[in-house]
Design a protein around this ligand. Structure first.
Ligand SMILES: [Zn+2]
Length: 99
């Protein structure tokens, strides 16, 4: 889900060329729902706290930035817990854990 408007994206794009495309591709990402609370409001965990990533994280709810380390693949924006998503296909989520 996008958290910013077109004007914000245009400004970010001016600062980081190509960012608009990155934002949209992240925002369109199909992520597994949270196995703990069932929410579809989930994010993919990514490392790196550089300007570009920070702008990306400010723009869409689908990325969860961490300075280092991956407690799990995915993060639930609803209940605030990390969980491992399926690698591919329809496998259901396993190994949910909290942090
Ligand atoms: Zn949840």
């Amino acid at each position: 889900m996008l958290k910013v408007d077109q004007e914000w994206i245009a400004r970010a794009e001016a600062q980081y060329p190509g960012l608009r495309k990155t934002i949209y591709s992240w925002d369109a990402m199909d992520l597994p729902p949270c196995p703990l609370c069932g929410s579809a409001n989930t994010a993919k965990v990514s490392a790196g706290l550089v300007g570009r990533s920070l702008h990306l994280a400010a723009a869409t709810t689908k990325i969860r930035l961490l300075a280092n380390g991956y407690p799990a693949d995915c993060y639930c924006n609803q209940c605030g817990r990390y969980f491992d998503g399926p690698d591919s296909g329809n496998a259901q989520t396993i190994g949910a854990r909290t942090k």
